[in-house]
Write a protein that binds this ligand. Structure first.
Ligand SMILES: Cc1cc2nc3c(=O)[nH]c(=O)nc-3n(C[C@H](O)[C@H](O)[C@H](O)COP(=O)(O)OP(=O)(O)OC[C@H]3O[C@@H](n4cnc5c(N)ncnc54)[C@H](O)[C@@H]3O)c2cc1C
Length: 623
């Protein structure tokens, strides 16, 4: 990007899949241990001290979670040493303990009886899939936040199946209307700003304008405090860059020589970046950089791959703010730990002895007893740190009544049997795990795309510096994390959101990593960004957070070593599902004997309601 400096992630751009196989990732993982309270390696049985939400360091796809699946998928590894055939026979095995898999286990027991034996296997050290809880304990004060999936989006549009499930596991949707403090941001005068960093833009500067629509989804957040003219004037760009920025901010659709229906067709078929360059004459690398990051995760790509229409509908640089959610479905259905609150309530329903509490709200502060997850005495069991590497019918898939499921735990291979299996894992890995799938189905599943994402949560001892600059959400186009925001102001179940800037809080730093080459194909960009993200050691992330916060916040009020208590880098190598082309998703999710396919990928849709519905469909297909 012209004169822009190479930033930290780009230094890692040469990392390839081969580096993973050769051990780069393992080395990287090992080096983050100082800030990462060890989880006790992969544990065969979990005792009551095992509590992954409180771990910091590299989370999400933590070291140790992906390696077996990757060596299966990338090198076709099939020899895992001697396999122990466990004396465990289940009515159902679920591969993947995200919302879809947990919901499938729930629906199965609803349909066939609570005594039915169900095993959920997941490769991570915690359940929930993307719906993960992070806890930061700061000066003895535990702050709860989300490490992935944030919010139950538009529950008023949920199906009866989803609403009934939510009701049954104790989620009271009306409660969020008061639990979420929409007045919080106004009370503290926290708004949408942009942080320009010195490395990329020549000076560290916060301007009271987001230059895009992204912050609009945060209910109650204050908007821009400056006019477009003033915001362009204050941007640390060259004079020419400022003129171009103002031109973009003032909009240029009217200058296109098309109107009416032709305009609609035009904007949906023409590239946003071409429009910026050719119609608005933008060539300043800083303005293009701001534009590329202005959509963040709205469309699962950088704006370089968007049409003008897509960029307009997500409110990218140069388009008026768009209404994100209507009044009937505000973006407030948020537990303090995001959708992990739903995952926990589902696990509690499956295994009642895992925690005290009769409703999802009562579970907010409950410390789950992970030692209860996988007990032979329970009908439903959740087994963590277990990567499934092979699923095959005991006989002909057409009439077999038994499926054998092999998984790796603590580098040892185990096998259990089941009358049916739900594959609730990422759909693109299924062909590698179920090798006898029909060829057309396997090919369709491999076409699925998933964007990498990263949510870094940072425990602050106080947020006086954020308040001083009025930062509710800071767009940060020059940084790895393109947005930094105060956590959602939710108080419920005995948990209180931070009340005063003098108190500890958690901030979120969101990164939607892209490939280095502007305009490169989407899946190539995903792949490049994914490898880079997984290969970086924790130290690099910490350095990035340090330079980001230290550059953004006033030095007299913020000292990284003094004020940052903890960092959790939640890496999601396979984040939002983007589906495959044409009919591939429908072809891919067909039942195969006693093996059925769930996960939000199988819709496709990156949404909790969809994940639940796919679990429901899969159970119905099993009969
Ligand atoms: C950062 C982020 C933020 C999001 N925010 C929201 C939001 O605010 N609201 C919303 O509705 N949706 C959100 N989503 C979308 C989210 O994907 C869905 O809502 C939903 O949580 C998906 O659930 P799932 O069970 O289908 O998949 P996942 O959550 O991906 O669960 C699948 C599980 O299967 C495991 N698995 C994979 N392979 C294997 C194997 N071989 N063996 C064992 N286990 C395996 C995976 O590791 C994972 O734990 C977000 C997603 C991300 C990544």
């Amino acid at each position: 990007m012209g004169s822009l400096h190479v930033e930290l992630p780009q230094l890692m751009s040469e990392i390839t899949r081969r580096d993973f196989i050769n051990g780069t990732l393992v080395v990287a993982g090992g080096s983050m241990l100082p800030l990462h309270a060890a989880v006790g390696a992969a544990m065969a049985t979990l005792d009551s001290s095992y509590y992954p939400p409180a771990l910091t360091g590299l989370r999400g796809n933590h070291p140790g979670s992906n390696e077996h699946a990757h060596s299966r998928a990338w090198t076709g590894r099939a020899d895992w040493g001697p396999t122990t055939r466990l004396p465990e026979a289940y009515d159902l095995v679920v591969v993947g303990g995200g919302l879809s898999g947990l919901a499938a286990a729930y629906f199965f027991q609803q349909k066939h009886g609570k005594d039915k034996k169900v095993l959920v296997l997941d490769n991570h050290d915690d359940f929930g899939g993307h719906a993960k809880r992070n806890e930061h304990t700061i000066n003895g004060n535990t702050r709860i936040t989300y490490g992935g999936s944030q919010t139950l989006v538009e529950p008023n549009r949920a199906s009866k199946v989803v609403l009934d499930l939510l009701g049954d596991i104790g989620v009271d949707l009306d409660r969020f209307k008061t639990a979420y403090d929409t007045g919080f941001f106004e009370k503290h005068d926290l708004g949408s700003v942009t942080y320009f960093n010195k490395k990329v833009f020549g000076e560290d500067k916060v301007v009271q304008h987001p230059y895009c629509n992204y912050p609009n989804y945060v209910e109650g957040l204050q908007g821009a405090k400056l006019s477009n003219e003033e915001a362009a004037r204050q941007a640390p760009l060259s004079q020419r860059g400022r003129e171009q920025l103002l031109r973009v901010l003032n909009g240029g659709l009217h200058t296109l020589k098309v109107s009416g229906d032709d305009l609609a067709a035009y904007i949906n078929t023409h590239s946003y970046f071409d429009y910026l360059k050719d119609t608005l004459g933008v060539d300043d690398p800083g303005v293009l950089r701001m534009a590329r990051h202005s959509g963040l995760d709205w469309a699962s790509t950088g704006t370089d791959l968007m049409s003008i229409g897509e960029a307009k509908s997500c409110g990218a640089l140069g388009f008026e703010p768009v209404a994100v959610y209507d009044e009937e479905s505000p973006y407030v259905h948020h537990f303090p730990d995001g959708n992990a609150g739903i995952a926990r309530a589902l696990v509690k329903k499956l295994i009642p002895s895992v925690a005290e509490g009769d409703s999802a709200e009562e579970l907010v502060l409950a410390r789950f007893d992970y030692g209860e997850l996988d007990k032979p005495s329970h009908a439903a069991r959740v087994r963590l740190n277990s990567t499934v590497v092979n699923v095959e019918h005991a006989g002909d898939p057409g009439d077999s009544s038994e499926v054998l499921v092999s998984y790796i735990q603590d580098n040892k291979s185990y096998r259990v049997s089941a009358k049916g299996v739900v594959m609730a894992c990422y759909n693109m890995i299924i062909p590698h795990i179920v090798p006898s799938l029909p060829r057309e189905q396997a090919a369709a599943l491999k076409l699925q795309g998933k964007s990498p994402m990263q949510y870094t949560t940072v425990g602050l001892r106080n947020w006086r510096a954020m308040k001083e600059l009025g930062i509710g959400l800071a767009m940060s186009p020059g940084n790895m994390h393109q947005a930094v925001l105060m956590d959602f102001p939710v108080t419920m179940g005995g948990y209180e959101y931070t009340k005063s800037p003098d108190d500890p809080c958690v901030i979120q730093m969101i990164s939607c990593p892209y490939g280095d080459t502007v305009g490169a194909p989407r899946l190539d960009q995903f792949r490049q960004a994914r490898y880079r993200m997984l290969a970086l050691p924790f130290e690099n992330y910490e350095r990035e957070v340090r330079s980001h916060l230290s550059g953004m916040l006033p030095g007299e009020m913020f000292d990284f070593d003094r004020d940052v208590a903890s960092i959790s880098v939640n890496r999601w190598a396979h984040g939002y599902t983007t589906g495959g082309p044409g009919d591939s998703t429908r072809i891919g999710r067909q039942p195969f004997g006693r093996v059925v396919i769930a996960n939000a990928d199988s819709a496709p849709g990156a949404d909790a309601k969809t994940a639940v519905m796919m679990g429901h469909r899969a159970i119905n297909e099993l009969g």
